[in-house]
Write a protein of this length. Structure first.
Length: 115
């Protein structure tokens, strides 16, 4: 059974930081491209960042410099370090795993940026 379990969300003040983690099980983690997406209330799910199986990083231009994605194949985890958070970063953040035609999603973790 494939599971992607996100953690690390919560309430943070503007300008603060959060570190999201996604723990994978049931897949050969090292061959999957991993990513983070987010969905704000009333909006479509959007890409935040991805890291390929080979370690190539990709970010949405608007988030470059504030968000950092990384992966640890030994621990089967992918993390998203989020700095200088803004209220508009408020969303449910989802972990994603893709390999060829296989795609999996986590259940999401809520991030709320508010004073």
């Amino acid at each position: 059974q494939v599971q992607l379990v996100e953690s690390g969300g919560g309430l943070v003040q503007p300008g603060g930081s959060l570190r999201l983690s996604c723990a994978a099980s049931g897949i050969v983690f090292s061959i999957f491209d991993m990513g983070w997406y987010r969905q704000a209330p009333g909006k479509q799910r959007e890409l935040v960042a991805t890291v390929t199986s080979g370690g190539r990083l990709n970010y949405v231009d608007s988030l470059k410099g504030r968000f950092t994605i990384s992966r640890d194949n030994a621990k089967k985890t992918v993390t998203l370090q989020m700095n200088s958070l803004k209220p508009e970063d408020t969303a449910v953040y989802y972990c994603n795993a893709v390999y060829l035609s296989r795609q999996y999603w986590g259940q999401g973790t809520q991030v709320t940026v508010s004073s």
